[in-house]
Design a protein. Structure first.
Lengths: 329, 625, 625, 329
């Protein structure tokens, strides 16, 4: 009855998976929520790449964004607020066969999850991380998040947010071993998808910040950018996104940006005017933690038995007779 | 006390006084090697077949000033004819590298009145008159108080062999002690070779010379001769401390991932594991903090690689939210808590058993998990294997409680024979049968088969939210009740597999002492002592604290009094404002009172030290009087 | 059940059936304003002098799909002649904006069999045949099952006044209900004005029109007429929910700093506080996480500005390490835990009392703190004031446990009269007398005077390590024991200030019910009901869970049976593998069994809802039979 | 008997405080430990600035560095591992009169404390933060820290650390609202002291990373830099450090760096060769959280009473008669 792994591969090769195969429960986000665009893009990616559903794990924290895995027909891990990344690392460390995706929110990632975010960048494990940045706490009904704009009136800042928003791109680019940093916006699905694909193909930790509309709590907030393409800066490059001509006609504000140019990336991120969309930084040379920690021998009962006996030998007091025998072996 | 028991083996000087046991303290400034000396002494004795228990004497500060009372660093070895399960009460013989560390032991009441004191004598001629005076004062006081003081020219003698005597004194002392206790010099030489094996002959040879020199000096200049008869071992044994035993247990349990963040006194287990785990394909991940370590372990376990996270008090508190998730989502997880003095940062290097209640009741909401205590060094090893198995059989969190005293104590136990049964079968990647659901709770046992990523047709979204059998978020009130019930049922199902609690000593009578964890040896010894005086007493040591073995109440009912003895805090009625309405009990006493409704008294102490059999004995005598 | 009690006041239609109480549910899709409708109804009734209790009906998801069973959002109002302390059992009358949300209430058994149902009738003519059919099916089923169904053209009628009837229906319904319950239309108009005060006349006027229209329609087309006599209030009262009461309590307690991180259901307390606190010079700090929030509060308290941190389950678990530090260093700190369904993320919007044991025993090591439960809305307010005072008097951590049911429930209580005694005196910045030490523990009470930064000559280094009276790190075993003892003594000293536990109802007899927290009203009502049948029963509600009031055991001994009733999980003997050796008790039962050794039984439910008096009544009857 | 605050000021004005006045218990660090140099510098600073001892609070986490406050004769708060910053923020928020200093280690700050570090930068509260970066865990006896060099053999990395060290300067410079970022080394006490003084005078969150020698566990690690002045890059500027001529003769590798030039600062931080010493970035214009949240009215019983009554009014149901009276007022 039980099928071997090879059987399964053969089985699934028979028929190509469709988008529907990756669809889980009916999404329960608000109408017009940018999370829907992200969902579509990732379902498309799975289809494009024909990922076996059982080999895919979507890991999330808590938030509207945290609901994401429930809407995928893959394995999902909807864990704790802020802790998606260390869970994902634990999954990946000994399961290189699994495709690991992470969905996290601006609060989940940049507030309670900050430490894990910084360190996940440093570990550079192979996973695709989407930060749904709606610049508020959606699920808990509108409190300021670290990326909330200055002056935002929210339930915890009824007189307006006091602090300048944290810039997740600048922070990310400051972290040693960051290997893939990109920004997308939910309202240009074509580029979102290109970015998601590039991220998926990057071997390492790919961090995508998606500016995501939350019509429920920040209804008109992104309108100025949505309505004025000049306020979006496309970062095109042969190693980055390549907007289709039709799109280029709308989005004329473009810069040819080499994803290997870290200093320029930092400068672009720090620029206040236009929203950069594209790959800010990509460096495929940075080693991955799961590779660095890859076992150089197989974890088998035999290996364990051997290693264990060798360790015991170090601490053993042999009875006189056995000692001699032991010494002889 | 000391009596001749039998005749000495051939070749051994028959003027030696035969003893049943002796407790030997060796103390120095930290870095002077007293610990190595004590451990080697214990190793030699163990090879000869003596029972041993060693206790590390650890200064609380990383670099205490030299020659300071709080700086005492070293080792206690309890050396006996038969097996021993604790470090005993107070030293019969103490070797001190300076008089200040000696004073430390004296003040801490760690020396038997009138015991033998071997002191480094060089301080008397120290150029600093204060130091010289201090030495003389302490010595004279000891002599006046009836201690048998021997002044030893340790440094002077060592200088004949090495340039820096601070680095050789310990082996000189080892030689001295081998002679005093009539230990086998050949075995001692081997032990020295073993101790310095990593460093090669360049280090081994001079140390063996120093050993010889110590032996020689004792032979010529000391009239102390003891012999503690031993039974040569017939089976191979290992001598390790508790944390090493934990590391070995992890390796042998089939776990593949350990995620941790450094914290005393847990860290040395992870250190050892870091050294050995990769050799068998395992990995030790040092996370950015304890929360991440716990989440990482959960991720690995979820992905089919059962994981362990090792920590101590503060780290354990930080993991509470993660523990709750593992409970809720039924992810197997082993957590080792090497307890230390609390609350808060407390006493990082000191022994305490203060985390039992927080282990049982920690994490918000109803979060049932298995909690087990470790009673001795051997148990450190086997408990981890058991814990992994329970965790994976019941898809449950298993907390293993050990403590700072076991972490560094050494005791020989029979060399384990590796068994493949210790390991989990390789992870299941077969397709899930049609219609099966990820939480197919069995009505009686609460058990469900776990789906592991990679299993075709097992796709579902695990969640820490209340969920139904299909792992869908549950809004229906009765589904929530059902989930909580099933998670609780698993504990009951596991409880049904437990053997009834055993009583050691008298099976009925005046007093039953209950305990758990590292106090096992001390409690049993104390009970033996009062029994020797004709009292009818027994002890019961609980391995599982949640759930608890059957038969506990019945056993208690056979005794007039029941008393919990623990290394954690309790109030005493009559002290200050304490009465029966506000008394706070020791950890286990709380739980047993609630479960059995028997009026269990308790005694607890939080002095940062393992409980001593003598102190427990006093307490029992008072209770019995 | 309904009987005429007395004659109606002049001007009031005397055909109305006079009732002692009625429970009215109003449910809609979320965003349709059913909550506002119910709250306004309650407000009007409260103004008239009725007893009220409102319960929010909250969907678990932020945006549940329209017309879904799980999406029911709205409000329950219990309206009575006298004061009420809980939301009662099931609805006597329900207003539903669509048949799906109605079905939700029906399935959840929230409707009395045969109760009155007012349904929006527009669905029958919906262009989507499935919708229309679904409406008809539900209606017909209800009628067949004996419900008194009235179909109301809500949307149709509203369209006569407003363009978007989805935004006006709720006030139409309010008018309808005012007529049905013979409420004062003028008061109702005022209430509407109050409800929309912030939005101005542009919004108030059309809503008053809708109110009027609803009234009119009921007057003309409905034959339902009830009257619940009220006693016009003689003292001013406030009507707020529990979380608002907490916010008011923080403001009135003299605390100046609240540090928090958002979490349901605690956050609304912080929202309200964010709005008001700055007006009196306070500050609400939203930290990066709960750990930081706790540390921030500790810092502020240490600096003399007693602080509060407000959270729910998962956040509470994260604060455990911080709590231990505050205990150890004796920093006053108030922690409010608005409990929700656990474990883990559990049921964020649902009521549960599952965090008692973790509040008492949480944090590693011995970490004694005061734990108090909140019994009703008024208590939410005063508990915070009490908590601040205990925290600063005893330099202690005080945990205040409330829960999701109180968070959103409304109940009128007598308007508090502000007292300066509620506030702490301004922080002491006078020089410390010579020789005084930062932990000058009083031998009996464990109390020491706190030194606050800025006080000359008070310089010392506070530490979470074991420390002596001068706050120096302690290595001496007896100092550690002393510190733990003194921190525990403070609890005993505080315990001595508590009044004996009071029993409500019979003072002796068959059954004593014990409880704590938000179940107070429901338990007392259930006990009254069984007493009305001649049983001799009483209830005891504990405000302080650690330490506990004196006299508890004595009170219990006066009853044949004692039973804890709690909104948390327990096993039942006979269910599956459960027996007396493995049964897990409800939270309070655990603690009371251990303390009193009385065989306290328990009943607990974790259905995400406040316990209902009727359900408790059943349980008591079974226990009494 | 009780003195008013003014009395105290007058009293302490009588006599100048000496270094000894700021000395607490005898430091228990290892001989040669770089922490000693930091201690000396901060004691000097207190003396130079004549800070009233009771107005100074040193807050620390856990580690060898965490012991710092015990050695100051001021108020001290030796709290939890990783949580010094939020404690310090809580102290400062309503006590602008207190001078707040923070001592944290590389593990304390950059590992377990990462989230608080990033957010403390963003809050920009007025405090002086010294990160004792010995590139290992000292107190717990030598495990790898995030700043440990690649390949370091430690107790948790017996086969060598796998990851490139995190660069605390680059991370810090990537965070919005960072207002003062500097680096010092324990072996150039003169510059350490200049930097500490500049940090103290900066109104805002001043972050100083001090490269600190740990002779116990990394005995020779810093030797190449200590012994070769060319491997140290001094960042001099009129708004930064100004090395004395004698020092300049030894440390010839200097760059005139304007602390307002953020992009250059990032580039300097990212440079791998020489250790930069000096002020990398300073911006006095960034608002401080405690100022932004400063109460605009005094916290007095009267104010509370008034505010409270006003709130109650919103929720009050008046008995008919009183209602009229109330309406009349
Ligand atoms: C430990 C903990 N703290 C707080 C919460 C409450 N909580 C749930 S989601 C959330 C924030 C969500 O914001 P974000 O991460 O931006 O996600 P969004 O909903 O905007 O997608 C919070 C504070 C929680 N579940 N757990
Ligand atoms: C929650 C918690 N986890 C772990 C520890 C153990 N611990 C104490 S200090 C320390 C690291 C110290 O390293 P660092 O911050 O670099 O300070 P250093 O000793 O090097 O100055 C650790 C892991 C602790 N006390 N608390
Ligand atoms: S609240 Fe905002 S983020 Fe959440 S589902 Fe609605 S629109 Fe999306
Ligand atoms: S271990 Fe290192 S950091 Fe700690 S005191 Fe010693 S030298 Fe300093
Ligand atoms: Mg968000
Ligand atoms: Mg360090």
């Amino acid at each position: 009855m039980a099928l071997t792994a090879t059987d399964c591969v053969l089985l699934s090769d028979d028929e190509r998976s469709t988008i529907e195969d990756y669809e889980g429960g009916v999404p329960r986000w608000c109408t017009g929520c940018g999370d829907n665009a992200i969902l579509t893009s990732l379902q498309r990616l799975c289809r494009d790449e024909q990922l076996p559903q059982e080999k895919v794990v979507f890991v999330s924290g808590i938030g509207c964004s945290g609901r994401f895995p429930h809407y995928m027909n893959t394995y999902g891990f909807h864990g704790l607020h802020g802790r998606a990344l260390p869970v994902a690392e634990g999954i990946k460390i000994r399961r290189p066969d699994l495709h690991v995706f992470v969905n996290t929110g601006d609060g989940d990632c940049c507030s309670i999850g900050t430490a894990h975010w910084i360190h996940a960048l440093r570990y550079n494990m192979d996973m695709t991380v989407v930060m749904h940045d709606n610049r508020t706490y959606g699920l808990t009904k509108h409190q300021a998040s670290p990326t909330s704009p200055l002056g935002l009136k929210s339930n915890t800042t009824p007189y307006g947010a006091d602090l300048n928003p944290l810039d997740p791109l600048s922070v990310t680019l400051g972290v040693t071993n960051a290997s893939f940093v990109a920004q997308a916006v939910d309202w240009i699905p074509e580029l979102l998808h290109q970015i998601v694909s590039l991220a998926f193909h990057h071997k390492g930790f790919s961090f995508i910040r998606v500016l995501q509309r939350c019509p429920e709590y920040l209804p008109a907030f992104f309108d100025p950018w949505v309505q004025d393409p000049a306020r979006v800066l496309l970062l095109s490059h042969q190693d980055g996104i390549q907007p289709a001509p039709s799109l280029s006609r709308t989005y004329r504000n473009q810069e040819e940006h080499d994803p290997l140019d870290l200093l320029r990336a930092k400068d672009i991120a720090a620029g206040a005017d236009a929203i950069p969309v594209g790959i800010l930084y990509r460096n495929p040379e940075i080693p991955r933690y799961e590779e660095l920690r890859k076992p150089d021998r197989l974890y088998t009962p035999d290996a364990i038995a051997k290693g264990f006996e060798a360790e015991l030998d170090r601490f053993t007091i042999w009875p006189e007779q056995e000692e001699k025998e032991h010494a002889a072996t | 006390m000391a009596t001749r028991l039998d005749s000495p083996p051939p070749g051994i000087d028959d003027t030696a006084t035969v003893l049943e046991e002796h407790i030997i303290d060796i103390v120095s400034d930290s870095g002077e090697g007293a610990q190595k000396c004590g451990q080697s002494l214990a190793g030699i004795a163990a090879r000869m077949g003596n029972g041993i228990w060693t206790v590390e004497i650890i200064p609380a500060e990383i670099q205490p000033p030299a020659r300071s009372i709080e700086g005492a660093s070293g080792n206690r070895t309890r050396l006996a004819t038969g097996p021993v399960g604790n470090g005993g009460d107070a030293a019969d013989l103490v070797v001190a590298f300076n008089e200040q560390v000696l004073l430390g032991r004296l003040r801490a009441q760690e020396l038997k009145p009138g015991c033998i004191v071997l002191m480094e004598n060089m301080w008397e001629s120290n150029p600093d008159p204060e130091i010289a005076a201090s030495y003389v004062a302490v010595r004279d006081e000891l002599v006046a108080d009836g201690y048998q003081v021997y002044e030893i020219p340790m440094e002077e003698k060592c200088l004949e062999y090495v340039a820096d005597p601070r680095r050789g004194k310990n082996m000189f002392v080892l030689g001295l002690l081998c002679r005093i206790y009539s230990l086998d010099l050949d075995l001692a030489r081997e032990q020295v070779a073993f101790t310095f094996a990593k460093k090669g002959d360049r280090v081994i040879l001079p140390n063996q010379q120093l050993l010889q020199a110590g032996w020689q000096w004792a032979e010529e200049s000391l009239d102390l001769r003891f012999r503690i008869p031993a039974t040569p071992p017939r089976e191979p044994r290992v001598v390790v401390n508790g944390n090493t035993a934990i590391g070995l247990g992890v390796m042998a349990s089939g776990m593949e991932v350990c995620a941790m963040y450094p914290i005393t006194p847990a860290t040395s287990a992870s250190h050892y594991l870091s050294e050995i785990f990769e050799k068998v394909g395992g990995v030790v991940h040092q996370a950015e903090d304890e929360i991440a370590a716990c989440a990482f372990a959960i991720g690995a376990s979820y992905a089919g690689k059962c994981a362990v996270t090792i920590t101590s008090g503060p780290g354990y508190s930080l993991k509470q939210e993660g523990i709750g998730l593992a409970v809720m989502a039924e992810i197997p997880l082993v957590i080792v808590n090497v307890q230390r003095g609390g609350p808060s940062t407390g006493q990082p290097t000191k022994a305490e058993q203060g985390d039992l209640l927080t282990s049982v009741f920690g994490s918000h909401g109803d979060a049932p998990k298995v909690v087990m205590g470790v009673g001795d060094i051997e148990d450190c090893f086997y408990s981890i294997i058991t814990a992994r198995r329970i965790a994976e059989t019941f898809n449950m969190v298993v907390v293993v409680l050990t403590d700072a005293s076991l972490a560094t104590a050494q005791q020989p136990f029979i060399r384990p024979r590796f068994s493949e049964d210790w390991l989990a079968p390789p992870i299941d990647q077969s397709p899930i049968p049609d219609g099966a659901e990820p939480y197919e709770w069995d009505r009686d046992s609460g058990l469900a088969r776990r789906f592991i990523p990679g299993q075709p047709k097992g796709m579902h979204c695990l969640t820490g939210l209340a969920h139904d059998r299909s792992s869908t978020v549950a809004y229906d009130p009765s589904i929530n009740q059902e989930g909580l019930r099933n998670r609780s049922m698993k504990l009951a199902a596991f409880q049904k597999t437990l053997m009834p609690a055993a009583v050691v000593g008298d099976q009925e009578g005046e007093l039953l002492v209950v305990g758990w964890g590292s106090t096992k040896g001390a409690i049993e010894e104390a009970v033996e002592r009062v029994r020797a005086d004709g009292h009818r007493a027994g002890s019961m040591h609980l391995k599982f604290l949640q759930p608890m073995a059957p038969g506990i109440a019945e056993a208690m009912q056979r005794f007039e009094h029941v008393m919990a003895v623990e290394n954690n805090y309790c109030d005493y009625v009559g002290d200050g404002l304490i009465d029966n309405e506000n008394r706070r009990y020791t950890n286990l006493a709380w739980m047993l009172r609630a479960r059995t409704l028997i009026d269990i008294d308790c005694w607890g102490e939080v002095r940062g030290q393992p409980l001593k059999p003598g102190r427990i004995e006093e307490v029992l005598r008072e209770k019995l009087s």
